[in-house]
Design a protein around this ligand. Sequence first.
Ligand code: A2P
Length: 341
Amino acid sequence: MSRQYRVAVVGATGAVGEEMRRTLAERGFPVSELTALASARSAGKELAFGDQNIVCRELREDSFADIDLALFSAGGSISAKFAPIARDSGCVVVDNSSSWRMDPAVPLIVPEVNPHDAEWHSGIIANPNCSTIQMVVALKPLHDAVQIKRVVVSTYQAVSGTGVEAVTELQRQVKDISEGRGAQVAVYPHQIAFNCLPHIDVFLDDGSTKEEQKMVDETKKILGDTSIAVSATCVRVPVYDGHSEAVNLEFEREITPDQARDLLARTPGIVVEDNPETYLYPLPIRASGTDPVYVGRIRRDPTVRHGLNLWVVADNLRKGAALNAVQVAELLVQKNLIRVP
Ligand code: A2P
């Protein structure tokens, strides 16, 4: 019988943690036992895993003694503290926070783009930022073909990326406003219903946000090319699920929209939806609950020598978080890399 693994989901009650449990079960990951970990508040709660119910436990320093693989999605401070504890207990960590992504000793992996980086992990593997994951899946075949010089990306990011409480806040604000009451603001600095916030994560000294900086740094690390110029503006929009991105690309060499469309359509993990005549283009409402990265509105940018514009959409909780983490785990199984060197 092929090997089975003792798997933990850290942050198992959260939006991404729930998707991780569902994705592990749906894809038949070889789990011998699933351990659900969250804060003390959730200890004892029953959570679904496939057709079973498992009891959530409090995350503690000794939680990893009998675990082979842990998928973390409980925030940066939890990952910063507990990922090394897990690794030192002999458990391989796939971490969805930003804590380890830019550590040169930690691979940052999107399996369709840089699976080879799994080979050099030393116990912790980082899962990239949601907006970066879907963008690099679309960029990789184009970069291999005609070398990207510059990327200018604007994002339209769903509230589920912030977490369960942000989804509840949008629902409540929509209800309150439509019933004639004022909107209560708690999670975001401003009302999110019927609004757009050009502000995701904290502001940095240069006026950009940390989310924007993540897209710049992580794109270069995943594509293994620091020469690519990346400029990002990240915007939170009142969409429950599914991030959208307007991506402007400048290349070293010529590629036509038809060539790009063919190349993207042949790339595993990508679905091209691009027919203006039938108003077919990617939509977050359709991407929600599905696995692919959708690309459409593929057209020339005539303002530069070799330029294209794309519209890229994916489910931020799936490909942007849980699915990518589980695909990384599957890659580790295939390469027999679920072991701490
Ligand atoms: P809990 O539900 O017990 O608070 P989201 O980003 O969707 O809000 O989810 C955050 C996840 O991180 C939840 O599962 C949450 O558990 C978990 N979490 C938050 N704080 C801690 C903590 N101190 N220890 C362990 N898990 C935590």
